[in-house]
Design a protein around this ligand. Structure first.
Ligand SMILES: NC(=O)c1ccc[n+]([C@@H]2O[C@H](COP(=O)([O-])OP(=O)(O)OC[C@H]3O[C@@H](n4cnc5c(N)ncnc54)[C@H](O)[C@@H]3O)[C@@H](O)[C@H]2O)c1
Length: 435
């Protein structure tokens, strides 16, 4: 390893997950099965990818763990909160993502993961009605109770560090409102004043995590940490934050495919994305207010890759539409269709169709692992605030929109940012060499 200032990954890393549903249980089960040598963590770049470090005669391709100190999967300790009382084993079975043969070998460990009571507000996810919920006087009390959970987890397990990951349902859309979300002081006051309509439960988790020294990752499209007040808190506590919305299926394809159109100088007149899914995530997103959060997130991808101000002949006024349809028979096996109307030489129209028969949680699980390990790495490297290098994993990457900054959505640019951050944290030079 090169000369790096990054602190080593000593002891255990606690991963506290908000939501113990399909994604979380697929993630946890996969880690436990891999630990036993019974599965492979396919799709995880922290476990598989080799990144080039050095140039010319000095160049070599190394796994991340050989570039910078990383925890092994044996070092991870899990905990979760959920609205429903089912333990991780029951929840994994209910989710019907994994076959029983891929769950049963780690049954005992899964049975032991019993969800703590959720910080929940029914108005934020009307389709959920579980009763494993904290009784809170107000939003400030909600924060206090979550902080206590984090402290207890640390005490009971002796973990060295904690990361908090939101893999719970998508909440209804909370538009950033500078009166309440503009500064940390305003946010804290709104929590104390119990402004329920502008303080989502997810904000209480994020605030509690940062106050307890834990980086926070937003895996749903919720605006939770995508507000100046949380950026301020991340700076004050010197902790990294990441979000939002795991980039798993259709948007992964979009952020990888749009650059083909953009670099080949083809025009775009429309991009229609629709999909069917039937899991609990799909059920929650069937509620228009919850879908709105997802829609905002999914729509943001194209406009920063195919830009009208850069190529007005090619990208002015293209029609971009995204739909999600709840269709129970498919459960977690989402099917996505993309119809892309492009045009070429002299404006002649053409079409591209992409049909992705994917598995939602199978795609999301490795992202959970990578995000948790990399945000912990960022913390050990002394990085804080929005972690732009994690945009690679996210549908709607956070950026400072108050300063006119644009998100980077192009998958290949995101990958370069990711590799350079890893190089730097490992004590190597960042560069833009072609691999
Ligand atoms: N799987 C993917 O491809 C993908 C991609 C991007 C984002 N996501 C997001 O990941 C999240 C999880 O997806 P999933 O398929 O596991 O959903 P899921 O419905 O199976 O699990 C979510 C769990 O969160 C719980 N929950 C809801 N609000 C909570 C709260 N306030 N506190 C604690 N628990 C709470 C629910 O009871 C549920 O068990 C969703 O928001 C989804 O939109 C998933």
């Amino acid at each position: 390893m090169a000369n790096s200032n990054t602190k080593p990954a000593t002891g255990k890393l606690g991963i506290m997950i908000v939501g113990l549903g399909a994604v979380s249980t697929t993630f946890i089960t996969g880690v436990l099965m891999t630990r036993k040598g019974l599965a492979k963590p396919v799709g995880s770049m922290t476990q598989y990818d080799k990144i080039r470090v050095g140039r010319g005669a000095d160049k070599k391709y190394l796994h991340l763990k050989d570039i910078v100190s990383m925890p092994s999967l044996d070092d991870l300790v899990f905990a979760a909160w959920d609205v429903y009382p089912a333990n991780a084993y029951e929840s994994a079975i209910n989710a019907e993502v994994l076959k029983e043969k891929d769950i049963n070998p780690v049954k005992d460990e899964l049975l032991a993961i019993k969800p703590m009571k959720a910080a929940f507000d029914h108005n934020y996810a009307k389709r959920l009605d579980g009763d494993n919920v904290k009784q809170c006087r107000d939003r400030w009390d909600m924060v206090e109770q979550i902080r206590e959970d984090i402290r207890n987890f640390k005490k009971n397990t002796g973990v060295d560090r904690v990361v908090v990951l939101w893999a719970a349902s998508t909440e209804i859309y909370v538009a950033p409102d500078m009166q309440y979300h503009g500064t940390l002081a305003a946010l804290e006051q709104a929590m104390k004043d119990d402004k329920k309509d502008v303080i989502a439960p997810s904000m209480c988790y994020a605030y509690a995590a940062l106050m307890e020294g834990a980086p926070f990752i937003m895996g749903a499209p919720n605006t939770t940490v995508d507000i100046p007040a949380m950026w301020e808190l991340a700076e004050k506590t010197q902790l990294p934050i990441a979000g939002k919305d795991f980039k798993t299926g259709q948007t992964l394809v979009k952020s990888g495919f749009a650059p083909i159109i953009g670099t080949r100088m083809l025009g775009l007149s429309g991009w229609f994305s629709t999909n069917i899914l039937g899991n609990r995530d799909g059920l929650v997103l069937d509620e228009p207010a919850n879908f709105r959060t997802k829609e905002v997130s999914k729509l943001s991808t194209l406009e920063t890759i195919l830009k009208a101000d850069v190529q007005p002949d090619l990208y002015t006024d293209y029609y971009h539409k995204v739909r999600i349809n709840y269709y129970p028979p498919r459960n977690d096996n989402k099917e996505g269709w993309d119809n892309i109307d492009i045009f070429g030489w002299m404006g002649y129209p053409m079409q591209i169709k992409i049909n992705f028969l994917c598995r939602d949680s199978i795609l999301a699980a490795p992202l959970c692992l990578d995000l948790c390990l990399l945000i912990d790495l960022a913390r050990r490297a002394g990085r804080f605030g929005i972690q732009r290098f994690l945009s690679f994993f996210l549908k709607s990457p956070m950026h400072d929109y108050t300063q006119g900054e644009e998100a980077v959505n192009n998958l290949y640019q995101q990958y370069t940012m990711l590799k350079n951050a890893v190089r730097e944290m490992g004590g190597y030079e960042a560069d833009e060499e072609i691999d």
